[in-house]
Design a protein around this ligand. Structure first.
Ligand code: Q46
Ligand code: ZN
Ligand code: ZN
Length: 332
């Protein structure tokens, strides 16, 4: 198989696009496609200050790398979850980010270590709440920290490395359960609909996972291959596997599923369910919450004597740049 552009041996074949490319042209294509997605969904421009949530995995590091290549003002945010899982998962992920920073001189990284800031690691919080897995607490805490760092540090857009496989799996799950409120909110760009909400974007939402992996490998990014130990057996993985089977039989099915959904939503298919959500401000942290009183994040720490003092707890560190305060929000 040969590269469509230069006819040298192809390094990567995308059946769904009927497109094979050599390494140089694949890397060029990937960066150009990211820029197209940013423009298509009006995510951000050159004057925006962009925050990239990085985990040490391929998607988030690839996203940061591409945004820097495209010349965006893109800083990183790493949240230390304190997950060991027998492999020292959080330590390993942090090491990968340190390597990235060594290779991309001058970039700025904010670090919020949950244990240092709040006094418990994410698995410890989950244990305290007798949760069988820390994923609910983890998702809540990460969203909360990302939102507040973005707002407090003046970032005009918070980006994550969610790819098409992630988006299609969530869409599949919410469709099967007919979760219309969740469906109405699933989007490549989420506008800030409350003063306490940061604007959010997913510039990789149209890339298959294998495309971001290929980019990371071809660019020589040293990323963490291991998944979070708590991801094993997750519902999302089950849905991803089902969609992969479908994709094998029908190349492009996943992309078509996701893009058709976005078109239907843009055509007003879900308008009827988007009106009802009322956002209150949390009594403690001021971040948006669907229920009156405390947001879910503040309720999580309520018995940990952090409560009102959240804002004055000394903080994490910024590897390069300014310190980051502990933060709070609930993404509704
Ligand atoms: S939620 Fe659960 Fe993930 Fe947090 S505990 Fe690991 S698997 S990292 S996206
Ligand atoms: Zn080529
Ligand atoms: Zn709160």
């Amino acid at each position: 198989m040969h590269c469509r552009k230069c006819h040298q041996t192809a390094a990567f074949n995308m059946r769904h696009h009927k497109l094979a490319l050599c390494q140089d042209h694949y890397l060029e294509w990937f960066v150009a496609q990211t820029q197209k997605t940013i423009e298509r969904y009006k995510m951000f421009g050159r004057d925006d200050k962009v925050l990239v949530a990085v985990s040490g995995g391929k998607d988030s590091l690839a996203l940061w790398d591409v945004l820097l290549q495209l010349g965006y003002q893109a800083d990183g945010l790493y949240i230390g979850q304190g997950i060991d899982g027998g492999i020292g998962y959080s330590d390993l992920s942090r090491q990968k980010i340190d390597i990235f920073i060594e290779q991309h001189t001058g970039v700025k990284l904010h670090v919020v270590d949950v244990d240092q800031v709040y006094g418990q690691t994410i698995p410890q919080v989950a244990d305290q709440h007798r949760a069988s897995k820390p994923c609910s607490a983890c998702g809540l805490i990460k969203r909360h920290i990302m939102n507040r760092v973005a707002l407090e540090e003046g970032y005009t857009c918070l980006t994550t490395g969610h790819n098409l496989d992630d988006e299609a799996a969530v869409l599949f799950l919410n469709t099967l359960r007919w979760q219309t409120q969740y469906l109405a909110r699933q989007s490549p760009i989420l506008e800030a609909t409350h003063p306490g909400l940061a604007r959010k974007a997913k510039p990789f939402c149209r890339f298959y996972e294998r495309e971001t992996a290929a980019y990371a490998i071809m660019r020589g990014l040293d990323y963490l291959y291991a998944e979070c130990p708590y991801a094993v057996g997750s519902t999302t993985i089950t849905y991803k596997n089902l969609l992969n089977e479908l994709e094998d039989a029908q190349p492009g099915a996943k992309l078509h599923f996701y893009l058709s959904f976005l078109s239907a939503r843009d055509a007003g298919f879900l308008d009827v369910v988007t009106e009802d959500v009322v956002l209150n401000s949390c009594d403690n942290c001021g971040q948006p919450t669907t229920s009156p009183g405390l947001c879910a994040f503040c309720r999580l720490w309520q018995n940990r004597s952090i409560g009102k003092d959240t804002h004055v707890i000394p903080v994490s560190v910024s590897l390069v740049g300014t310190p980051v305060m502990p933060v709070g929000e609930e993404i509704y």
